[in-house]
Write a protein that binds this ligand. Sequence first.
Ligand code: SF4
Length: 412
Amino acid sequence: MLDELRVNPSLLKLDLYCKGIRLDGSCLVTDDGGRPILRTRAGLGSGLEAILPGGLWTNIPVSEPFAQESPYTLHRSSGGDYEIHWNDSPVTPIVLSPRPAWYDAKLSNGKDMTRIGTLQGTYLGIYQAKVCEYWTAKPEKTNCKFCSVGLNLGVDDADEKSVDEVMEVVRRARDESGITYVDFNTGHYDGDTYLDILEPYIRRIKDELGLLIGVQTPPHRDLRRYDDLREMGVNRVSFCFEIFDPVLFEEICPGKHAEYGLDFYLEAIRYCAQLGNKGPRHEPWVTNGEIIAGLEPPESSIAAIDWIVSVGAVPTVCVFRPLVHTDLEDSPPPKTEDMVPVFRRLYEACMEKGLPIGCAPNVHVSLVMLPEECAGLSPKRYPWQNLKLEALKRMFRFGFDRRLKALQRRAA
Ligand code: SF4
């Protein structure tokens, strides 16, 4: 296993999600320019942001009790270099994800910039608006049991974020961190108001900065609203149904079950996937179905992956992390050996279907294993598909740069 971990960054990224890491006393993460450990949004990210060999950005669990039992430790040399060890044997050097200067800056109105948005890998993530209403439901809250959003808000995130505040942070993140992509995330609000809330932010960013934009909200009951988003130039919509097994879905996501139901999540994914054929041709469009591996049997996660690709959407697969103070804090994290077949299937299913994976310019994601990052878990090679993806990637980059230059000329 150790020899394999040294040469296979895909396996290392996955194994670190499942086991976490202990920080040796020599580590000086923030003093060395690393990012502080924030209890970030959506309940899956809480750890150390770092870059593994092969350019794999990751977020390694450190705060949860299971991480304290990990065979992995992180050490700092006197020269300030970082290395992962496995039971005292060196595994590989890693680099801390850089903390940008704006992380320590304030908005013009005095608020901390990181209360508006934070980097997840190389993109800017914004948890927009107030807390998800499943957390405040009466007589009993109906939040998803793995989720920490209701614990986080007001601690790391501001609950009210004006368009001007968001624009200020997006500009700084673009200028200083080179972000190309902004991801908006909301919970559930009565009256399906989440898209109404997000649209003013989307229009300003598209009009003034031309960045790629993603939207992750519950599925709006009027699916035609996604035609509007496509028209507006949104590039990604993501629907987190989390669990494909209907019984476990109801048990772990009671609010989602009562409000929308698993079938409607799937219907929204199916509907949005076909919008790729419409809308502004110069704007790429991806639909994601998001699941959490480790909350249901691996075969059920694999069935979810196969279903998602069958409708032309791209699966996003997180690894379950039992975050402190959540309803599932005492559950064990998944075992790596159970996760390998799931993530292998993620890669193979996307390649077999010819989906456009890994094409967005400079988007590295720390909270999940991207499909293309799982290539090291599969013995299969797809030379023609890889050539196609390379060409697509160059095309996206070219189109993106051209649009940015046009906007800069217009602003000048
Ligand atoms: S929908 Fe579920 S996962 Fe999303 S914010 Fe609400 S409780 Fe958390």
